[in-house]
Design a protein around this ligand. Structure first.
Ligand code: CP
Length: 334
């Protein structure tokens, strides 16, 4: 399976979506309504409170087996899933494409069927192809959690972004506006954020190089600003996205220095926002390109709070998917 979304926006319907309390899969934020998102955020906040207090050692997933299957590099997502699986008491194992038998020609589905045959209950999958997680969900008995599929969605990132904003905005989404600046066309982070933010009533303004702005993106209920200044003026938050250096080789960007000048989030642009507005970045960041170092390390930055919230939302999602499968199983009678 190749990444079919390199030159076009990920299609709506690239995945099936968690729509009901009985679905064991968490594949995207598209289709989730405000009440479902609020419930997930409430559960996530409870884990965040534990993390800031006594710690998360609930053992809620004792007897549940999870496999983290990463076919693309990751630091934040993979480590946080592994940490919470440990803290929640699950048996867990991880592998990456480079150290798996996929390099010998085994298909994605065959590889995951092998994993499932070892009685794995949940698989956390990152893959460069849009729709890979939904494809697996259709063919596996295990619950599938999408840890990022091509340019389609990154739903746990979307949830952690929503949790971070809810904290920064003191619980109120209505009447807020966020500027999302950068490479929208290739960003699964932007796509999940847009779905979640719109469902919660947040106004979304996009800005980025025309070569990296999908045609018809307004159909997702967002507006496109002519420049970064216009997008950020008066906003309640700004989210900047990682510039993927390979886009220069594809002729979609002239140079990183030009990108930084025209689209980078710097202190002057931050001052255009409301005084309480925050700056977000999903990571990994190219310091000095999409985000100036003094902004990333400054008082408006919630970049590291986003990472901490990632631990909390991944607890909520794992427990939610396990519960939908009736896990952990009740032990036999006395
Ligand atoms: N934001 C994000 O998904 O980071 P990683 O690639 O490090 O997991």
């Amino acid at each position: 399976m190749s990444d079919t979304a390199l030159s076009t926006p990920a299609p709506t319907g690239a995945g099936d979506f968690l729509r009901s309390a009985t679905s064991p899969h968490f594949l995207g934020l598209e289709g989730l309504g405000g009440p479902e998102l609020t419930e997930l955020l409430d559960r996530s906040q409870a884990y965040r409170d534990l993390l800031d207090g006594p710690g998360i050692a609930t053992r809620e997933l004792e007897g549940v087996t999870v496999c983290n299957a990463f076919f693309e590099n990751s630091t934040r997502t993979r480590v946080s899933f592994e940490l919470v699986e440990q803290r929640l008491g699950a048996s867990h194992v991880s592998f990456s494409a480079a150290d798996s038998s996929t390099v010998k020609g085994e298909t994605l589905l065959d590889t995951l069927k092998v994993i499932e045959s070892m009685r794995v209950d949940l698989v956390v999958v990152r893959h460069p192809a849009a729709g890979a997680a939904a494809y697996l969900a259709r063919h596996l008995e295990a619950g599938v959690i999408n840890a990022g599929d091509g340019a389609h969605e990154h739903p746990t990132q979307g949830l952690l972004d929503l949790l971070t904003l809810r904290q920064a905005w003191r619980g109120r989404f209505e009447g807020r506006r966020i500027a999302i600046v950068g490479d929208i066309a290739h960003s699964r982070v932007a796509r999940s954020a847009i779905h979640g933010l719109r469902a919660l009533g947040v106004e979304v303004t996009l800005a980025g190089p025309p070569t990296l702005m999908p045609l018809g993106i307004e159909n997702l209920g967002v507006t496109v600003a002519p420049g970064a200044d216009e997008a950020m003026a008066g906003a309640d938050a700004a989210m900047t996205l990682r510039i993927q250096r390979e886009r220069m080789d594809q002729g979609l960007l002239a140079s990183l220095s030009e990108y930084a000048r025209i689209w980078g989030i710097n202190a002057r642009r931050v001052d255009l926002m409301k005084p309480e507005a925050v700056v977000m970045h999903p990571g990994p960041a190219n310091r000095g390109v999409e985000l100036a170092p003094d902004v990333m390390d400054g008082p408006r930055s919630v970049v590291f709070a986003q990472v901490t919230n990632g631990v909390a939302v991944r607890c909520a999602v794992l427990v939610r998917c396990a519960a939908a499968m009736g896990l952990p199983r009740k032990r036999g009678g006395a």
